[in-house]
Structure formats: structure tokens, C-alpha cells
Design a protein around this ligand. Sequence first.
Ligand code: SF4
Length: 389
Amino acid sequence: MCAACSLIVICNVKFMPPSKSINTKLLVRELSDGIKFESSVDDVSVRLSLRGEWNAFRKNGRFYRRCMDGRVISSQGALDFTQNEVQLFHGEIANVCRQMLSKNCGSLSSHTAQILERCTKLPDHFYHQLQDVYFRAYPEGVPVLPPDRYRDLVIPITMGCPNGQCSFCAFYRDKPFSLIEQNRWNEVVSSLEQLFPGGVAGRDGIFLGSANALALSFVQLESVIDRIVHLFGLPARGVSCFGDADRMGVRKVEQWQVLRDKGLVQVVLGLETGADVLRERIGKSRRLEKTRGLAFQLKQAGVAVGLTVLTGFIGEEFFAAHKEATCQFIQSLELTAEDRVYISPWFTDGAKEPESRAYDEAHEIKRVLSGQTAARVTAYSSHNFYYFS
Ligand code: SF4
């Protein structure tokens, strides 16, 4: 869902009220992390960071976004730009800013004029260097986030996955798990500071990367959250992460309460299916007691629960069993309105996208679950995730 994915994020961007309306043809919004200007005469809009780099651009009815890994995405999907073409694209946006400056000289606030000017003066290799910094901060990339956490600042604290055996996993299968060590941590922090000089400004929340932050001990997790909040601040939507109940130590509700008080608001667990036989077939633990126990503990501590569910990952003859067991399991958790169930149509290795059956199955599970749980149930194409700037 390239276009839909982009649109969801675009709709989630929260703009502050317009701070400077110059005339009916040019609208400038000053944001916590930069500016956005729109010119109806030129049919163009640009969103820039405080440092002047562009994040979103619209011209002649086409909309573009810049990803943290250097790719440019249009509403039709990722653009297959060469390095040279990307460079030209950045140059075109700098030209637009140059023209805005010269056309509206005198009527722009000094803040806006400064940011526009910064954009025009970014060195040729600025975006390319930023891409290098991104891969220093995120050696594994940022392959996926829950859909309601797309605007989070991702802080990598681990690499790989302590399970690493799920047959369907496109992101972390066979990648050994490790904690980011202190000497690497300093480099990560310095890279993040270069990528996000405004800290969490403009970001909704913090996400602890990557596959299973709960594999850290309670003491490690507590210390990591403390350090992160000290360095970057605590955004309004707090801290979230992925977790796996089968690959973590024993915890008490009081410990979750401590983490909640430090900012942990949500843990997303990979359920995929509630059918024990099917879980075993895809490389997950057959037994769901630990997942159930963890969900109850989190709820007791006031931490919201997210659950991922897959469709299309296994032959259609198993769908009825998958649907029944999954819905039964989720219903038994007695989730509430702040909890989330994300249903992702999946695809086998080699396919570019899920079969239409996977979408149909996702809609069917969503339909059934919506009448059985108070949690918000969302169909979500996680394979088209982009970590936008
Ligand atoms: S537990 Fe999650 S991240 Fe790890 S291999 Fe399985 S699906 Fe991938």
C-alpha cells in the first residue's frame, strides 16, 4: 500500500496553527521542527527541517517524501533514482526555496527566511552524507514499525532477534541477537544527534529498536530508557517497543509499573496466530501461556498491548483454524480501547506483495475481531513501511 501508507503518515502530521499567512497565495506554517510553506500560484509545497533539509515536497500534483535511508518515495511508491538523479531532485527543491526567497523577500519572517536560505546552502553531498550517518545509526535499517508509531524516533538498542527462526520473517530471520555495547552506543547516539538535531521535536514518540527490546533484563531496560529520555527528552506519546514473551526473563507487575512511570506506554507482541499448531509450523513457540501472562501483566501495570496477526502466511485450507483460534485468544485477553491489534497480509519469499487472498483474510479477521474486542483492530501492510524523515 505505497500510496495508502504515505497518506496515513501524511494525515498524521500534526501542524501547529499557521503562524504567518503572507497572502492568499503563500501560506507558511512554523512548526516545532521546521517550516512548511505552500504556494498556490506555483502549485508547490515544501516541508523543511530547522536545518533546512527537505522532508516532504509537492509539485504539479505529485507528492514526495524523503526517507531516512536516502530513498525518495512518491505516492506511487519508491522512486528508482540513481545517485545522480537524487542529487538533481534535491537541487530542484533547493531552487524552489531560492525562488520563494526572492519572490517573497521582505514578507517572510526572519525565521522562515533563514530556514529557506539554509536549504539553498546545503552542500552538494549533504544528503548523501546523511545517508551514511543513517546506516551508522541503524546498521539493520528500520524495517518496520507499528502503524500508529510511524512518527516515532527510533533508538536502536539491540540488533537481531533472540528467536530468529520464524519462517515468514523478512527482517530478522537468522540474525543473531546482541545488545548494542557501550562503545557502539556512543557512536549510535552521535549519529542520531546528527540525524535528529532537534531531538524528539516533530516526532510523536520514541521506539526502542529493534526486534525484541524485552530481551534485555529489567535493569538494562530501565537504564536504557533513563539514558534515552535524558538525551532526547520524552515525547507526548512516550516509549514503545516490540517484545516476545518467549524470549525474555521473568518479570513482575511492579517492574512494568516502574518502566511505565519512566515512559513505557506500549509493548507490541508478535502473536501472528492463536493456533498452536500453526505457530509451531512458522517457528514460534506452540504454547501461548507466556504471551497471555505478559499481556495481563502489562495491562495490570497500565502499559498498552499491541498484537500482530498475519494472514496469507500459510495455505488457505488452514485459514478457518487460524481465524477461530486467533480471535478466541485475543478475546480472552480482555483488551481495552488503548490496545491495538495489527493484521498484516503477508507474502512468501520471492513475492513482491501479498496475494489478494491475504487481504481478504485480513478483512475477514478484522470484521470478526472488531465485534469481539475493545482494542482497535487495524489492517496494516507492514511490508510497505518507510521510515520517513
Ligand atoms: S520473533 Fe519476530 S523478529 Fe524474531 S524471527 Fe520471529 S518474526 Fe522475526
